[in-house]
Ligand binder design. Structure first.
Ligand code: 13P
Length: 256
């Protein structure tokens, strides 16, 4: 995988609404596994529920694991009962914030404009932002994949974003939690398309932005998917919950 060296890959685990204090044991096991790999192989991020961020801070100290959050409110503070701001998440130890995940776009009817505002808030709080895009199965069937992803990318990217602030995660909605994945050619096509849009947005710096693939990444398919051109890592759901499985994916980038 020497060709990947222009960008340090990221393997990020999105725990979604899973995890309790007892999950600290997974984090400790993961940290142990990571010692079997060179630090420079890839960046490793765990995005637990917001309730665990602060609790996990001491566990990731001195390891390669960085913490991330799964969403944030678009405002810094105020009368928004039950919401959590990017600044609060950063204060609790988040270095990254995921925005625009399809589950939020669907469950909470989040629009591109809202995702864009949230991404801006994450950047303003000093976090890196992982902006998720991806088509539904109906959109793919209607050959609207690139149009959909292009629209989401353009409208979810804040004016204030610099290339160094953002990571894009391509997650086809129909591949999330289903065990189904696009073909390698389909993944390469969308990632190549996203790369061209990043060049259009950021000029030459577009080449430094990492584009993650997400949707049913498992130890069994990680090596193949992560080797595809313009795939700079993975955003992993189910297989990130167990340290053994997550390490099975991370080690696609080599182990000592
Ligand atoms: P799965 O890996 O469980 O398919 O989830 C992908 C995802 O939604 C990550 O954000």
């Amino acid at each position: 995988m020497a060709k990947k060296k222009t960008r340090t890959p990221i393997v990020a685990g999105n725990w979604k609404m899973n995890g309790l204090m007892s999950s600290k044991s997974e984090l400790k096991t993961l940290a142990k596994h990571l010692k079997k790999q060179s630090k420079s192989a890839c960046d490793v991020v765990i995005c637990p529920p917001a309730t665990l961020l602060k609790a996990f801070q001491s566990d990731v100290k001195g390891t390669r694991i960085k913490l991330g959050a799964q969403d944030c409110h678009q405002n810094q503070s105020g009368a928004h009962t039950g919401d959590v701001s990017a600044q609060m998440l950063a204060d609790a130890g988040a270095k990254w914030i995921i925005v625009g995940h399809s589950e939020r776009r669907t469950d909470h009817k989040e629009t591109d404009a809202l995702v864009c505002a949230k991404a801006g808030a994450a950047i303003a709080a000093g976090c890196g932002v992982i902006i998720c895009v991806g088509e539904t199965e109906a959109q793919r069937d209607k050959k609207m994949t690139l149009r959909t992803v292009g629209r989401q990318l353009k409208n979810s990217m804040p004016e204030t974003a610099n290339a160094g602030d953002v990571v894009i995660a391509y997650e086809p909605v129909w591949a999330i939690g289903t065990g189904r994945t696009p073909t390698n050619e389909e993944i390469a096509e969308v990632h190549g398309f996203i790369r061209s849009k990043l060049f259009a947005r950021f000029g030459d710096e577009g080449k430094s932005v990492r584009i993650l693939y997400g949707g049913s990444v498992k130890p069994a398919n990680a090596r193949e998917i992560l080797a595809i051109e313009n795939v700079d890592g993975g955003l992993v759901g189910g297989a990130s919950l167990k340290a053994k499985d997550f390490w099975g994916i991370i080690k696609a980038y080599g182990a000592k």
